[in-house]
Design a protein around this ligand. Structure first.
Ligand code: SF4
Ligand code: SF4
Length: 339
């Protein structure tokens, strides 16, 4: 209707007495989705197919990409809401265990959460090594539970786990208790050239240009704008772009930082192989994609790549491995849909 008016919120203090279905309905009505970036509808993630029991909910408080601090901020300011959200999530899937994973370089957050769950014997707070990409689902599940999600399309539910971002847990709590729709989120606006970098609670749909203006603009000409983090985010052509529910960051780089090195030939140095957390051979996948050999790209695990960006970051020849892998993922999906 174009009107900028709040619906009437409730305060259902007995929300934990709701059935799992009633809770899930409120989450769906509120439009809650994964706020770590994937944007997958939360009520769907909480509806595993028959035969897939979930015994553990892991909350992802591992914000491992440089620059981003939005999740850290909400962990310090809304820890109680996050734990309330975790308990709702556990009730919905009947999970016996809850885990909050936080990187070890956030000792204040770890201490805060440990204090909060002192009496909850089924919830543990795990301090995790500082390592990129510790926040990726498969890495987090292994670090927190020692369970390995199978490659070749395996999902967390295959090892009886559902992972949710800490921001999603807040949205779940607010949806179930207050029937609050997901209309805002905290986003990090950062970069060396941003005058006053900060975390902002902004409405979904706000233009990035407005967020930057709120941070005082930039001190130098902008060379590159990234939505998300520097490793897994993506460049956008214009600041007149609205933020979404999955927008964790807005990064501004100057022209020098944005400069792209010329791509060179592969040196067979193996650095991309050594660093890949999924044990893939990125150089070979890129080679097969370049040659339109989708079967081989699939055989070498293109669909298992989580696009962490580590291989491209270490490549001395500046090969655009992620772009090749992106193309490979699209082509393999098309091929499999056609078959
Ligand atoms: S982006 Fe590169 S390093 Fe990361 S999972 Fe994919 S192939 Fe491996
Ligand atoms: S890091 Fe780059 S140069 Fe080295 S093997 Fe991988 S793609 Fe080739």
């Amino acid at each position: 209707d174009g009107e900028d008016k709040w619906i009437e919120l409730i305060d259902d203090s007995n929300y934990m007495d709701l059935s799992a279905k009633e809770m899930k309905d409120r989450i769906a009505e509120a439009g809650v989705c994964g706020m770590g970036g994937a944007g997958f509808p939360t009520h769907v993630k909480l509806s595993p197919p028959e035969g897939k029991a979930i015994d553990t909910i892991i909350l992802n408080g591992v914000e491992c990409e440089p620059y981003l601090t939005a999740d850290y901020r909400i962990m310090l300011e809304q820890a109680e809401d996050i734990i309330a959200g975790l308990k709702i999530l556990m009730k919905i899937v009947d999970a016996k265990n809850g885990v909050v994973g936080i990187e070890a370089n956030k000792p204040d957050a770890i201490k805060l959460f440990k204090n909060l769950v002192k009496k909850d014997k089924n919830i543990k707070v795990v301090g995790l090594h500082l390592k990129y990409p510790q926040g990726a689902e498969k890495q987090l599940i292994y670090a927190a539970t020692k369970r390995k999600v199978p490659n070749k399309g395996g999902l967390p539910m295959d090892v009886n786990v559902v992972v949710q971002n800490v921001g999603t847990a807040i949205a779940v709590y607010e949806a179930v208790r207050f029937k609050k729709p997901l209309v805002d989120r905290v986003i990090t606006v950062s970069g060396r050239i941003v005058k006053d970098p900060k975390n902002i609670k902004a409405r979904i749909g706000s233009y990035y240009s407005d967020l930057l203006e709120f941070c005082g603009g930039t001190t130098e000409d902008i060379g590159k704008v990234i939505s998300g983090g520097p490793m897994m985010g993506f460049a956008i052509p214009s600041l007149e772009t609205p933020m979404t529910k999955g927008s964790s960051g807005l990064l501004l780089f100057d022209k020098k930082e944005a400069h792209k090195e010329q791509e060179d030939v592969c040196l067979r140095c193996g650095r991309c192989v050594d660093i890949c957390p999924m044990n893939l051979v990125p150089s070979l996948i890129a080679h097969h994609v370049r040659n339109d050999d989708w079967d081989s790209a699939e055989k070498f695990g293109v669909m298992d790549c989580m696009k962490c960006g580590s291989c491209a970051y270490v490549c001395p020849s500046h090969i655009k491995l992620i772009q090749w892998i992106d193309i490979g993922k699209i082509k393999v999906s098309e091929k499999n849909r056609a078959n």
